[in-house]
Design a protein around this ligand. Structure first.
Ligand code: 6R9
Length: 656
């Protein structure tokens, strides 16, 4: 391929392979034949997956794609999501099975909810919502800590056909208000607060401010969690006053397969947040199938834990809807990974004998930074499948995860998907795929995705380009709430008839897929399009580096030049501040990827700017690299991080 034609360079070569353990492969829920089965008859395949659910009325047509990009799945079908996630398991005699081992952040603060408990609690909450005047089709905003009342509230909404909009508990009053107003929510469910970093962290004052500014809000339903004092307003109702006195009986009405289940706002880096709309039948089908297939869930024996916050799509699909639809036993944890000590997560895995664990690369790299000796103090032998989601997982982070958490035996499934896709789209299957560290491998059975160049032509093996989805899928977003035009423009206009949501990827020599980050972040260095992910992965493959972020900064000679920010591993010692270390890193990248990818400049920093869901915000680092004043920091998880980085600037080094 000539260089001027290249859409995205393929620099990183990775030859390590990890076969599935024989025992897991033997008993796997999904085997290699699923790919052929789905390729032969994709819609028939999804119909068989929909049969995992209990339908009150069977669908007439599996897919209506007559008015693209507006899809309807399982047209004419009716079902109730809460019934599928809770009641049917109780009816099947599994009422005593544990749905959630809930672990509060204060040690010893735990709750156990069986499926029968969950059914009673969801019914009572549903009855309370009805008493508060919430009807089918109304929107309910939920702003809560990670306590059982959060999934209970979501299921209560789903049960009565109200559409929930969960807003992550770290968002400001203004962000909450914007989301409440966009959805015209009439009820907000919240708590006085939750526990974070060893102390109560309040939520209610934020809701008070947002609700006062949003005219649509009629009531605020408040769970008492921390017991801290809160201001009381006329619109407020305590959960224990209204929910506790309801009957625990409620008959779930079936809803149309395309009934709106929830809206989830994507933070986006610019512009008004987009309310991503998910509906009922197709969404539940794909989250249930993927949770079964990708994690090889055996509901009778596995203990599953996804460490995400329910405020993000990962929590919606893989803490609430997928696992519950499958009758899983899950762990749910309220707090931070380092409270009261840096081994807290591993202690939880040891305590509940977690067998399937799903987390994010940002967490994995933090644990690498904290040191191997911490997980080594705990018995993690119950683990059999590890998952990753949220960002590209650098090969070295993958290998660390597999080795230090998975005892060098568990498969690691790197799962690519988005708020918009609703469920996992590209991932290894743990009993089928020989894993390559850093690769998301192949579209799941039933999903048709590819990597194309700027002419929408599939790139050959070895090439890089834009990741697109070519056929509709059951859990796809149906629109942006209230803005069909923006839906079409944002996702379906870059390439005719193809879904494109911003990620770059490459196909290796075997045709397997590697995610390369957002195409907006791609750097153009001397005519080469270089992905930030590959340079970051090269840096993380140096034994003294835990985490890195790379950006392109304007350069008079090369167009853009690579500027890297690096967090050393805890074990790296003192010498990481010196010029020798920086030279060592630049040479290391040059050796790993080629001289074209050698960073012009490397800055050693204590932290990186991240969104509240843990994704690196390269935009702000570009401001630093180009000596501009730093842009909007309101979506940062910790706004002081940029100060920490700026303080470090005098130590920025380049041997040019
Ligand atoms: C589930 C979730 C979506 C964006 C997505 C991509 C990045 C997610 C990834 C990944 C590489 C993976 N992303 N998983 N990149 N490998 N396994 O994270 O949803 O918050 O909407 O983010 O995250 O850039 O486009 P969301």
């Amino acid at each position: 391929m000539s260089q001027s034609q290249e859409t995205l360079s393929n620099l990183l070569q990775e030859t390590r392979r990890f076969d599935p353990p024989a025992e897991l492969a033997e008993a796997a829920n999904v085997k290699a034949d699923a790919y052929d089965e789905a390729a032969t008859d994709r819609l028939g395949f999804w119909e068989r997956q929909a049969d995992r659910l209990t339908w009150a009325k069977r669908w007439d047509t599996v897919l209506d794609w007559n008015n693209p990009p507006f899809a309807k799945w399982f047209v004419g079908g009716e079902l109730n999501v809460a019934y599928n996630c809770v009641d049917r398991h109780v009816e099947a005699g599994k009422g005593a099975k544990i749905a959630f081992h809930w672990e509060g952040e204060p040690e010893g603060d735990t709750r156990t909810l069986t499926y029968a408990d969950l059914q009673r609690e969801v019914n009572k909450a549903a009855n309370a919502l009805l008493e508060l005047g919430v009807q089918k089709g109304d929107r309910v905003a939920i702003y809560m800590p990670m306590i059982p009342e959060l999934p209970i509230s979501m299921l209560a909404c789903a049960r009565i056909g109200a559409t929930h909009s969960v807003v992550f508990g770290g968002f400001s009053a203004d962000a909450l208000k914007t989301r409440i107003e966009d959805a015209q929510a009439k009820l907000v469910i919240t708590a006085d607060g939750g526990y974070r970093r060893g102390k109560p962290s309040s939520l209610k004052p934020t809701v008070d401010e947002a609700a006062a500014a949003a005219d649509c809000v009629e009531h605020v339903l408040v769970v008492r969690r921390t017991g801290e004092e809160v201001a009381e307003h006329e619109r407020d109702v305590w959960w224990h006053d209204i929910v506790d006195r309801q009957t625990d009986q409620h008959t779930a009405e079936p809803h149309d397969a395309e009934h709106p289940l929830y809206i989830l706002y994507t933070s986006g880096t610019t512009g008004k947040p987009k309310g991503i709309l998910h509906t009922t039948g197709g969404y539940l089908t794909q989250v249930a199938y993927t949770h079964h297939a990708v994690f090889d869930l055996k509901p009778e024996t596995d203990v599953y834990w996804c460490s995400a916050d329910i405020g993000w799509v990962t929590g919606h699909s893989y803490i609430v809807y997928g696992p519950l639809a499958n009758g899983a036993t899950s762990v749910m944890y309220e707090g931070t990974p380092d409270t009261p000590h840096r081994g807290r997560w591993w202690e939880i895995i040891q305590k509940y004998k977690v067998s399937i664990f799903y987390t994010a690369p940002t967490a994995i790299r933090t644990f690498m930074k904290w040191g191997d000796d911490i997980p080594a103090q705990f018995d993690l032998s119950s683990l059999r499948v590890l998952g990753s989601v949220g960002e590209p997982i650098n090969p070295e982070a993958y290998v660390w995860y597999r080795e230090h958490i998975g005892a060098n035996k568990t498969p690691v499934v790197d799962t690519w998907w988005q708020t918009e896709t609703g469920a996992i789209m590209i991932s290894p299957l743990p009993g089928v795929t020989a894993g390559k560290p850093g690769a998301a491998m192949k579209p799941l059975p039933g999903i048709v995705a590819d990597v194309v160049d700027d002419q929408a032509q599939a790139v050959p093996n070895g090439g890089g380009g834009f990741l697109v989805v070519k056929e509709p899928w059951p859990s796809m977003l149906r629109t942006i709430w209230g803005d069909d035009e923006r839906y079409v423009k944002t996702y379906w206009s870059r390439f005719d008839g193809l879904y494109f949501a911003g990620d770059g990827a490459k196909k290796d020599e075997d045709g397997d897929l590697w995610l390369l980050g957002r195409v907006d972040d791609v750097m153009l260095v001397s005519g080469h399009n270089i992905s930030t992910t590959e340079v970051e992965s090269a840096l993380v493959s140096h034994p003294k580096v835990a985490e890195s972020a790379v950006v392109g900064a304007t350069d008079p000679v090369t167009g853009q030049a690579i500027v890297a920010f690096v967090i050393p591993r805890g074990s790296a010692g003192e010498e990481v501040e010196g010029e020798d270390f920086i030279k060592e890193l630049r040479d290391h990248v040059s050796k790993t990827l080629g001289p074209i990818a050698k960073p012009r400049q490397i800055m050693i920093v204590p932290e990186l700017p991240k969104t509240r869901s843990g994704k690196i915000m390269r935009r702000l680092l570009r401001d630093v690299a180009e000596n501009r004043s730093i842009g909007d920091v309101t979506t940062l998880a910790d706004s002081t991080v940029m100060d920490l980085i700026s303080e470090k600037l005098p130590s920025a080094k380049s041997d040019e």
